[in-house]
Design a protein around this ligand. Structure first.
Ligand code: CAA
Ligand code: NAI
Length: 282
């Protein structure tokens, strides 16, 4: 496996591409507009420059990493890929459209992976003619730093595809865990309800955002509080995960907090829009 194609150059797509490029793979990143891709490339260069300044990356390695990355708006370029990783918005219909189109574009042996946070791999795979080669490859934010990759088997994912993706995750320095399909898989089934609880406490006025976060950092030893984490993930992603957990289980314990909905409706999505539970514009 040599060539990787990442669809969606947002919070996750760019970091996933960077992880593969760092490990020596040729990576193409696709998104819907040149404007988005220009912003993405600028963000990458800035973050690599920081590493060079800190002395954790050499100028040569930075240039080599950038040399292995390409940015394109043309999804047809996925025809050359050995593995495609989809990281577009957390929406079943959009993901199914992307997979149906990839199925027509890619070589028959190409593995199609989704970085979905919660959506059924089986449902995504069902729009393709290669259900055995469709799988979840779920990275964690920030993907350049976080070690885990959940490797999620849909109902028809083959053993061969699962083993290939697990080996690949190890090759790029991550620790794969194999997960059978279930809404939210392992981490988000536990983590997102905790974030939703934190938003519920804020909504009830039990404590301020800062105090909720401080309580969880100092009282449960979390590296960042749940509301800071929600801002990092994106409140739209947190809401989509809760909606999937609620819809798939029918259990009201997963009902998204109204305050979470309100923030998403207001476009307060966290760091990526500059405001969420905290203001990042200053
Ligand atoms: C929603 C989903 O589907 C799933 C999810 O992702 S859920 C979210 C999961 N993520 C979490 O729970 C994150 C919780 N938070 C944390 O673990 C930590 O706060 C954090 C890792 C985000 C930041 O921790 P920190 O100690 O402040 O890290 P920071 O100093 O910024 O960076 C850590 C290292 O990564 C490096 N790094 C940061 N950005 C980098 C980049 N773009 N490229 C390469 N290296 C990078 C830093 O240089 C640093 O390296 P050194 O230790 O050598 O200095
Ligand atoms: N944000 C997070 O912490 C994590 C998110 N995920 C999952 O990763 C996926 C992406 O999430 P983010 O990067 O946060 O989203 P994001 O909103 O930051 O980026 C999504 C990108 O996809 C692009 N896009 C939308 N439709 C497209 C299409 N048809 N073709 C190509 N590009 C398209 C958008 O223009 C945008 O740049 C989602 O499924 C999400 O649930 C998984 C792990 C962590």
């Amino acid at each position: 496996m040599e060539k990787i194609f990442v669809i969606g150059a947002g919070t996750m797509g760019l970091d996933i591409a960077q992880v593969f490029a760092k490990a020596g793979f040729e990576v193409a990143v696709q998104d819907v507009s040149d404007k988005i891709l220009d912003g993405t490339r600028a963000k990458l260069v800035k973050s690599l420059e920081k590493l060079v300044t800190k002395g954790t990356m050499s100028e040569e390695n930075k240039a080599a990493l950038l040399g292995r990355m390409r940015f394109t708006t043309d999804v047809a370029a996925a025809a050359h890929a050995d593995l495609v990783i989809e990281a577009v918005v957390e929406n079943m219909e959009i993901k199914r459209k992307v997979f149906a189109s990839l199925d027509g574009i890619c070589k028959p042996e190409t593995i199609l992976a989704s970085n979905t946070s919660s959506i059924s791999i089986t449902a995504i795979a069902a729009v393709t003619s290669r259900q055995d080669r469709v799988i979840g490859m779920h990275f964690f934010n920030p993907a350049v730093v976080m070690k885990l990759v959940e490797v999620i088997r849909g109902a028809n994912t083959s053993d061969e595809t699962t083993e290939t993706v697990k080996a690949l995750a190890s090759q790029i320095g991550k620790r794969p865990v194999e997960v059978n399909e279930g809404p939210g898989f392992v981490v988000n089934k536990i983590l997102c309800p905790m974030i939703n609880e934190a938003v519920g406490l804020l909504e009830l006025g039990v404590a301020s955002a800062e105090d909720i976060d401080t309580a969880m950092c100092l009282g449960a030893n979390h590296p960042m509080g749940p509301l800071t984490l929600a801002d990092l993930i994106g409140l739209d992603v947190c809401l989509s995960v809760m909606e999937t957990l609620h819809a798939e289980t029918g259990d009201d314990k997963y009902r998204p907090s109204m305050l979470l909905r309100k923030y998403v409706r207001a476009g307060k999505l966290g760091r990526k829009t500059g405001v969420g539970f905290y203001d990042y514009r200053k």
